[in-house]
Unconditional design. Sequence first.
Length: 386
Amino acid sequence: MKKGFLAGFLLSLAVVLLPTFYYMDARSSSGRQGKTEIPATPPDLFGGNPKGDPFPSASHAPDPSLAPIPSSPAPPASSPGPDAGPSVSPSAEKEEPASEIVMLKKPLPVPAIPPSPPARPEGGIRTRVYDPDRIYTLRTAVSHVTLVDLPEDAKEVYMGDSKLFLAEVFGKRVKIKPITYNPDARTNMIIYTLNKRLTFRIVMVPPGKEDDLVTFLSPREETVVNLNPLKTEIQKSLEVKESKKRAVDRLRSMKEAGPTDPLPIEGRGNRIRLRLLGFTRMREDSRTFGLFEVSNNSRTPFRVERIRLRGYRRSILWEGQKQWTENADWETTFDREIPPGKSRRFLLPVTRIPSFGGRTGLEIEMNGQTQAGPEIIRGDAGGEGH
């Protein structure tokens, strides 16, 4: 009885202490060799315990084959066996984990990859900016029509070969259509508008690659005036002529209507009479004119060369002496011939209407030519003729 109890006690003690000794031996072995990895849990020395029984029965004896096996050198890489698996290099076995891990405060920027632009179809609808020095290519296909929209109405269309392609004009739109089945057919076309010229090269392409609509736009800085210098010059010339005509008609009407501020002064010569009818004002530009009338009562023509208007003040000390007023002297040259027995009116531009009355007065003067020679005619507000 005592012997059986002692044997059971020793067996239980061996079962408890044997895994501890094995674990301590494995730790010391790994410290000496530095190569053998120790599992986190001790191995099952009793052939497995699937139910996790902490007190295995005495029939499970320890298996001596599970003792740790000393490491042996690996075979050389140059002579692997025929049934050996994939070889492992010695450097991979000796590789040790990194001793330091470097942490970055901010991640390195990753350059963004721009998205690729979407592919544009070769045919379909296109927009072009007008360039007079460029030849544009129009792609047409059998049983298809191509339209060209222009910034101005098309005036003339010239087709290189009208037996291959048909062109029709509808204001600013030109329709082009092939009338041949030849896939190699090609020709040129020139379109003239009022201020533009467009040159095209027309080719045949397979159906699906043709141009449906091509729209042409004028550049932003382009104007109609800049496109046609001759038209610009003609327009400017017409404007100048129209302006001159309006000015002539206005002056003629002013002469015929008479002065708005009458002030009669008369001077007489050899059957020639000069009269200042007064002053007339223009409402459009606030200009003032002196209106003169010259009558030729002689039998020969009289040519007017100059008319002068002067303002003066009579002297207090010397009777009859005139002191000419500053900035009150206006004159204009003419080259007008007055036939015998006729009268003509002349406008003399002045800056202001001079004062008249009291000791102030006006003097008029005219230079002309007769058959006998030059003649000077004067007159003033006092009625003294010369």
